[in-house]
Design a protein around this ligand. Structure first.
Ligand code: UDP
Length: 317
């Protein structure tokens, strides 16, 4: 049994991670400021007796006292709004959450002699010129565009992790998460799968940005959580970064058609302008995750979409 801190524990991926770790018998403390996290995501976890929530903003240092005297064996950082719709309105804050928040959690890991896992992102590759993207690709990010607060914030957070590792021997693990979807996403998340499902179910126009020829590769939440935990449990010295995602690649137009077919919706397609710096293609090279972690996703887009549609059908009632 471990004592585990999950920053961003009430969010989409964070809350799934909390429930998996609790189910296997660990004690979990979630930190969240509820900027995008949801109380209903974590409400059911309280019954376990092994879960507690501390309302906290990671841009403020978190101390031993604030942890009610608990020592942590492991710290996972999932605290950052991940959808452009949520991270772009206050870009300065997004940068600070990524950089200051990371520093505060690294200081906590150092003080507790805890392992720390950072959830980085495929956004570090920007609009990639190499396809699929291996971890060795250094990326193509516009440093001054509207996505930069997230992309560059996450890149700087990786740098900080490695600086703490080299300077203080902090035990770090970095995963780069590619597009992930599933139950407990917000209805107003703003990303493509939740938008399309909610629009299709409501009979509203399905909003395709650009001509819909851009591609993404979507990973179901359960596969992602398994990969994140496998990375935390990887041998000492394995720092990453390691890509986690499902390499099955689809155009956005294909996603729209699939969701319309599965929901039986008559929603029309509505073409909207492509947001600035929106990457044209994205597909993870996951060979490193296979080699180091023995991990690969198991849930196809078809199966995952069925589960996500079932979730949103209930949530929209
Ligand atoms: N997208 C879209 N309609 C939407 C939401 C997103 O066409 O309602 C597109 C978006 O422009 C991008 C892709 O879908 O090309 C994935 O966007 P998302 O925000 O889900 O993830 P990210 O851009 O972070 O990969």
């Amino acid at each position: 049994m471990k004592n585990i801190l999950i920053a961003g524990g009430a969010g989409f991926i964070g809350s799934h991670l909390c429930s998996t770790l609790i189910a296997r018998g660990d004690n979990v403390v979630a930190l969240d400021n509820f900027f995008t996290g949801k109380r209903e995501n974590i409400e059911p976890l309280k019954e376990s007796g092994r879960f507690s929530l501390i309302e906290h903003d990671i841009t403020i240092p978190f101390t031993f006292e604030a942890a009610n005297g608990a020592y942590f064996d492991e710290i996972y950082n999932l605290a950052c709004p991940a959808s452009p719709a949520h991270y772009q309105p206050d870009p300065v804050r997004t940068m600070m959450v990524n950089i200051l928040g990371m520093k505060n959690l690294l200081d906590l890991a150092k003080a507790h002699n805890a392992k720390i896992l950072q959830t980085s992102t495929s956004e570090v590759y920007g609009n990639p010129q190499v396809h699929p993207q291996p971890e060795t690709y250094l990326g193509n990010v516009n440093t001054i565009g509207p996505r930069a607060c997230y992309d560059e914030g996450k890149r700087a957070a990786e740098t900080l992790c490695f600086d703490y590792h080299r300077q203080y021997k902090t035990n770090i693990k970095i995963v780069r998460i590619f597009n992930t979807y599933g139950p407990q996403m917000r209805k107003d998340d703003g990303r493509v799968i939740s938008n399309f499902i909610c629009q299709a179910l409501a009979g509203e126009p399905v909003t395709i940005y650009g001509d819909g020829s851009q591609t993404r590769s979507f990973c179901y939440i359960d596969d992602m959580v398994a990969g994140i935990i496998a990375m935390m449990e990887s041998k000492e010295g394995i720092t990453g970064p390691v890509n986690l995602g499902n390499p099955d690649e689809f155009t956005i137009e294909e996603i729209a058609e699939k969701i319309l077919e599965k929901t039986g919706s008559k929603s029309p397609l509505a073409y909207k302008p492509l947001p600035q710096d929106d990457p044209m293609q994205r597909q993870p090279d996951i060979s490193l995750a296979g080699q180091l972690l023995g991990w690969q996703p198991k849930i196809s887009l078809d199966r995952g979409l069925d589960k996500a549609i079932a979730y949103f059908t209930k949530a929209l009632r």
